[in-house]
Ligand binder design. Structure first.
Ligand code: SAH
Length: 378
C-alpha cells in the first residue's frame, strides 16, 4: 500500500490515535483534539488543526503523516439536483460519490418516508458512498462490474468521501439531516472490516446516526450473519434482482456460491431491531425479470421476512446488454407485490443526464479517455 495511505490520519479510531499521540510523547487529550478535528471539523490538512501547536503539526508532517483526505477531482450537477462527485484518493485512484437532495423519490434511499417541511432548500439529503475501487462481483447489468476490482477502499477513504461532500455542500450532521447509503461502487461485504470501521467513525465522529445508514450487498451470506451480530450497524439491503435461481445465477454469478435458499435463510434469520425492515432491491430488466409471473415468484421468496422491495428500472449504459422496461410494466410489477402485502416502492432514477447509474460516471470517463485520448469533464 502506498506510503501516503499508510500514514493517513483520516480513518484512525481513538485507540489508534492514542498510539500515534504516544509516539510523539504528547498528552492524551490530543487524542480527542485530533478526533474532533478530523471527523467533526473535517479538516483537509494538518495546518487546519488550529488547536495543535505549530511545532507539533510540523513534527507530524516531518515524519510523513498527513490527513490523507481524498479530494474532489470533478463534480457533475444534474438538473434534478443530484450531484455526482469523482473523488481522488491520495494514490490517484478515483471513486464515485453521489449527493441526492430530498433522498430518492419520496424515500430517502433508505426507505424512510418523506420528511418534515423545513425552510431549507432540502429537508434531508442522501449521500451514496463507494466501498471499493471497481468491483469483483460481476453482476451482468452493472457498469462497475466492467471495471473489475482494483482495490479495497480504506476506512479513511470511505469516511473521506462523506467529509468531502459535506464540506462541498456546506452541511453538518446531525443538525442537517443526512442519510447515507453504501450503494456506490464495490461490494461492501468484500471489504467488510474497513466498511464497519468507517460506519463506527461516521456515527461517533461525523455524527450520522446508524439508523440513517443503509448498506447494500449482492448477497455475501456469511457476512450477512456477521453484520447481524454487530453492535453498531446500518440497515441492511439485499440486491435480489431475480425471482429464481436459474435467472439469478445468470444475472449475478455470485448466486452459484450463495443460492437464493441460503440468501433468504440469512434474511429470515437476520436480527431486525424494533420497527426495522430489511430492503430487497430489484433491478427490472426488460423481458428478463419483469413479468407478472416473476413478481409472483418474488412474493413467494420474501414471504416471512419483514421487508420491503425497492424496484428500480435498469439504468442503461454502454456495454450492458439489457433494456429498461416501460413504466407501465414497472407499475404492474409493483402492483402485484403490494396486492400480496409486500410493501414495494418504485425508485426514481437520479441524475440520468449526468450518467447516474452505478459506475456510470467513472466508466463513461474511462471510455471517453481511451476513445479519444482525453477525459471530458463537466
Ligand atoms: N454491491 C452492492 C452495492 C452496490 S450496487 C450490491 O450489489 O448491492 C447498488 C445497487 O445498484 C444494487 O441493488 C444493484 O443491483 C443496483 N444496480 C447495479 N447496476 C444497476 C443499473 N445499471 N441500473 C440500476 N440499478 C443498478
Amino acid at each position: 500500500m502506498a506510503d501516503a495511505i499508510k500514514k493517513s490520519l483520516l480513518g484512525l479510531e481513538r485507540s489508534e490515535f492514542a498510539a500515534f499521540v504516544d509516539e510523539f510523547n504528547e498528552p492524551s487529550y490530543r487524542v480527542q483534539q485530533l478526533f474532533e478535528a478530523l471527523y467533526r471539523q473535517r479538516v483537509e490538512s494538518l495546518e487546519q488543526v488550529s488547536n495543535l501547536p505549530a511545532s507539533l503539526r510540523r513534527a507530524f508532517t516531518e515524519r510523513g503523516y498527513s490527513v490523507g483526505a481524498p479530494h474532489i477531482a470533478s463534480k457533475f450537477q444534474s438538473l434534478d439536483g443530484t450531484v455526482r462527485y469523482l473523488i481522488a484518493c491520495t494514490d490517484g485512484q478515483t471513486v464515485e460519490t453521489v449527493w441526492m437532495p430530498e433522498g430518492d423519490g419520496g424515500e430517502a434511499g433508505d426507505g424512510t418516508e418523506a420528511g418534515e417541511e423545513t425552510s431549507r432548500r432540502w429537508a434531508r439529503a442522501t449521500i451514496c458512498v463507494s466501498s471499493q475501487i471497481g468491483c469483483a462481483v460481476d453482476c451482468q447489468f452493472c457498469l462497475t462490474a466492467l471495471l473489475g476490482v482494483k482495490r479495497n477502499l480504506t476506512a479513511g477513504e470511505i469516511v473521506g468521501q462523506v467529509c468531502a461532500v459535506l464540506r462541498d455542500q456546506r452541511v453538518a450532521p446531525p443538525e442537517d439531516r443526512i442519510n447515507l447509503v453504501f450503494m456506490g461502487m464495490g461490494e461492501p461485504f468484500l471489504n467488510y472490516d474497513n466498511c464497519m470501521k468507517a460506519v463506527r467513525l461516521l456515527v461517533e465522529g461525523v455524527g450520522i446516526p446508524e439508523s440513517r445508514m443503509t448498506l447494500s450487498t449482492a448477497g455475501i451470506v456469511p457476512r450477512i450473519h456477521d453484520f447481524g451480530a454487530e453492535s453498531v450497524r446500518p440497515k441492511l439491503a439485499i440486491s435480489l434482482n431475480a425471482s429464481n435461481d436459474e435467472m439469478r445465477t445468470r444475472l449475478m454469478p455470485i448466486n452459484k456460491k450463495w443460492s437464493l435458499a441460503l440468501l433468504l435463510e440469512a434474511a429470515r434469520s437476520f436480527p431486525l431491531r424494533p420497527r426495522e425492515r430489511l430492503t430487497f432491491e430489484y433491478v427490472l430488466l426488460a423481458d428478463v425479470n419483469d413479468s407478472p409471473e416473476h413478481a409472483r415468484q418474488v412474493v413467494e421468496l420474501v414471504r416471512g421476512v419483514r421487508a420491503k422491495v425497492n424496484l428500480i428500472a435498469l439504468n442503461p449504459g454502454p456495454g450492458i446488454a439489457f433494456g429498461t422496461p416501460q413504466a407501465d410494466r414497472v407499475l404492474a410489477f409493483q402492483k402485484i407485490l403490494v396486492a400480496a402485502g409486500v410493501p414495494a416502492f418504485v425508485r426514481r432514477p437520479r441524475g440520468r443526464d449526468i450518467y447516474a447509474a452505478c459506475g456510470q460516471l467513472k466508466r463513461t470517463l474511462e471510455i471517453s479517455s481511451t476513445e479519444d485520448g482525453r477525459v471530458q469533464l463537466g
